[in-house]
Structure formats: structure tokens, C-alpha cells
Design a protein around this ligand. Structure first.
Ligand code: HMG
Ligand code: MG
Length: 334
């Protein structure tokens, strides 16, 4: 049976900020990353090396990385779309490129990304799915050769903003290809946030026919308020890795109207609320007198709800809005 350890990958500094219209200073992005590390997040996606013509907000990622105070045992990753992006990462990691003897940035991992529809792949990366896989295979190999871990993303696992309902078999096949390239895990992206527990179950069951749940992560945008329910569905099906964004920040520039990822505070609360607010009590007896089994105690590592709530409120204030995290707001109002 699957373990009770749940990994939460904090994607706020990348997925959360990439869609912001006004430029955010690198020092603010680095402070966000530092606060998330201090709050106990052990996997942080720090930015991306994509074309600044496509996603201007991520243009300063190299500078952001130079400002991070690395926290031990913490994985920092960045998104790369092609060889040029990986080359930039490898250049920064090469000790010969820091003449002032400043240590290289703490990048341990890169993430590559494709989609389950050609229409989305084209809109996001200017190539079909098969062309994107062809482009990514040597990138993955070069990253592995350089000692980096490689994570894969498949976008639009439920609906595509350009071609509608998505065939779960396509999600399965693309995920297999990413694993064959050497990705240690594939993160399944409900980019539009259209997923419901039933549709998420259907796609996970299809993917699960050929891929073990331990190789999959869930990446749920919360456009329709279903992200936590979808995560519970994925937990029931054995997934133990989930992406989340502090303050519920974000959205994909190529998925019009989609909102941010599930808020990190909300998933942390959902998985640990019992220990935060005290024992909930004995299982509630149902009408038929069947007792509900006691909730699983999830181990999410050192993540701290209070620090995350403060971080979510802090960055939201800087962006001129209120956090969209319900647990974050509730915590701050206590
Ligand atoms: P293209 O225009 O076909 O590529 O874009 P190109 O090779 O012709 O390059 C165009 C220009 O970009 C050139 O500059 C290149 O040098 C430059 P110019 O010569 O015109 O001055 N360029 C780069 N610059 C910096 N870094 C690079 C790079 N590559 C090219 N790596 C490309 C193809 C893939 C580059 C482009 O489509 C792109 O960058 N796409 C990325 C879009 C993106 O970042 N989307 C958001 C992230 S994915 C996401 O949010 C989904 C996810 O969260 C999961 C989910 O929710 O579903 C992960
Ligand atoms: Mg996303």
C-alpha cells in the first residue's frame, strides 16, 4: 500500500508569477522563494528559462537564482522548454562562470513540459506534441548527464482551451514518453481547472493502466473550486505528489481565464488541519451505524501553515490583491 508521505511541490514562484502583467523585481521573487523555504517547502520551482518574447515575466530568472539563500535539503527546480533553456541553466551551474567565487545557484532539477493536445502544445510551445517530444528527448538526456533530475509535465489532461475535451489515452501515452526520456515523475496538469473528481478519476484510471501512481504528480488549477476534491481523488488512487502555489497565485498565459493552482495553504490545511486545530474527535457515526475509518495522518514534512499563510498574504499584498487561499485568509483572521 502507498505511504502516508505526501510531497508538495511549491510552484508559486514560477506558475504563480509567470502570468503577472507588471514586472516583479527579482529581489521580490527571491524573497518569495526564501520565505517558502523557511516555511518548510522542500521542493520549490523557482522560475523558468523560456523565451522572454513568450513569457516576459520569467525573463529575470537567472538574477532571481543569484539572490536565493539556499536552504539545505531543498530541491530548487526550473522549467526549460528547449536546449537553449537548459544551456542557460548549465552555464549558471558551471563553476568556471562565477569568477567572483560566488557559489552557483542551488538548482538540482529541471522540468520539461508538453501537452495532451496538439492545439495546446502549439499555443504554448509553437510545436505539435510529437515535435515537442522530439525536441525534449535530447534535453532530458543532457540534463541527466549533467547530474540534474528531470521532471515532466503534461498540460491539459481534462480539457483544452482550444480543442475541448481531452482523450485520457493521449495523457497516458504522452506521460509514458516523458518517463521513457528519464523523467523521475510526470506531473499531470489540469491547466484549465475544469476537472471534477469524476473526470480526474477517469483520466487517472486510464493513465494508471500503464503507469504506477508513484511516478505521477497532480497539478490542479483551481478555476472551479474543485482542486482539493481532485487531490483527494488522486490520493485515493495512490498519488502522493502534488503541485501547489502559495496564495493560490497564478495561471498559464496560454490558458485564458484559468486561475492559479490549488493554494499551498489549502492543501496543507486539508492534510494536517487535525493536528493544527486539535483532535477532531471520534469518527462520526452514520445513519446506518457504520463508523467511518479514522482519517489518515498525512506526513507533509516540515511545511508550516502559519508561515505559508503569512507568505501568501505578503506576496498577495505586493501584487495588490487579497490571497485567494481560503485557509490562508482564515488563518490570518484568527
Ligand atoms: P519559438 O518562437 O518557436 O522559438 O518559441 P525560436 O527558437 O524561434 O525562438 C524565438 C526567440 O526566443 C529567439 O529570439 C530565441 O533566441 C528565443 P530572437 O532570435 O527572436 O531574438 N528563445 C529563448 N530565449 C530564452 N530562453 C529560451 C529560449 N528559446 C528561444 N529557452 C519556445 C518556442 C519553446 C521557445 C517558446 O514557445 C516558449 O518559450 N514557450 C514557453 C511558454 C511558457 O513558458 N508557458 C508557461 C509554462 S508551461 C505551464 O504553465 C503549464 C504547467 O504549469 C502545467 C499546467 O498547468 O498545465 C507547467
Ligand atoms: Mg500550471
Amino acid at each position: 500500500s502507498a505511504s502516508n508521505k505526501v510531497r508538495i511541490v511549491e510552484v508559486g514562484p514560477r506558475d504563480g508569477l509567470q502570468n503577472e502583467k507588471l514586472p516583479i523585481p527579482p529581489a521580490v521573487k527571491a524573497e518569495l522563494i526564501n520565505r517558502l523555504g523557511q516555511a518548510g517547502m522542500r521542493d520549490i520551482e523557482a522560475g523558468s528559462f523560456v523565451s522572454p518574447k513568450w513569457v516576459p515575466q520569467m525573463a529575470g530568472t537567472a538574477e532571481v537564482l543569484s539572490l536565493i539563500d539556499p536552504i539545505p535539503n531543498t530541491n530548487y527546480s526550473v522549467l526549460v522548454p528547449n536546449q537553449k533553456g537548459l544551456d542557460e541553466v548549465l552555464h549558471l551551474l558551471s563553476p568556471s562562470n562565477s569568477p567572483d567565487s560566488k557559489p552557483p545557484p542551488p538548482i538540482t532539477e529541471v522540468a520539461i513540459f508538453t501537452a495532451a493536445t496538439d492545439a495546446f502544445s502549439q499555443a504554448n510551445t509553437n510545436v505539435s506534441i510529437s515535435a515537442s517530444l522530439e525536441r525534449l528527448a535530447p534535453v532530458a538526456r543532457a540534463a541527466l548527464d549533467a547530474g540534474l533530475k528531470v521532471r515532466g509535465y503534461v498540460s491539459v489532461i481534462i480539457t483544452c482551451p482550444y480543442s475541448g475535451r481531452v482523450d485520457p489515452r493521449r495523457v497516458r501515452d504522452v506521460s509514458k514518453e516523458l518517463l521513457q526520456m528519464g523523467c523521475y515523475e510526470v506531473s499531470l496538469g489540469d491547466t484549465t481547472g475544469a476537472g471534477t473528481p469524476a473526470s480526474v478519476r477517469a483520466v487517472l484510471e486510464e493513465v494508471g493502466k500503464e503507469i504506477d501512481a508513484s511516478l505521477l504528480a497532480g497539478h490542479f488549477h483551481d478555476t472551479n473550486g474543485t482542486a482539493l476534491a481532485n487531490i483527494q481523488t488522486a490520493l485515493d488512487l495512490g498519488l502522493r505528489s502534488f503541485d501547489a502555489s502559495v496564495g493560490g497565485l497564478g495561471g498559464c498565459p496560454y490558458s485564458p481565464g484559468a486561475t492559479g493552482n490549488v493554494a499551498t495553504e489549502d492543501i496543507v490545511y486539508a492534510l494536517t488541519g487535525e493536528s493544527t486545530y486539535g483532535e477532531i474527535g471520534e469518527p462520526y457515526p452514520t445513519a446506518s451505524d457504520v463508523t467511518v475509518p479514522k482519517e489518515t495522518k498525512w506526513d507533509i514534512g516540515p511545511a508550516s501553515l502559519s508561515s505559508l499563510a503569512e507568505t501568501g498574504a505578503w506576496i498577495s499584498t505586493i501584487l495588490g490583491r487579497e490571497t485567494t487561499s481560503r485557509a490562508g485568509r482564515a488563518f490570518m483572521a484568527r
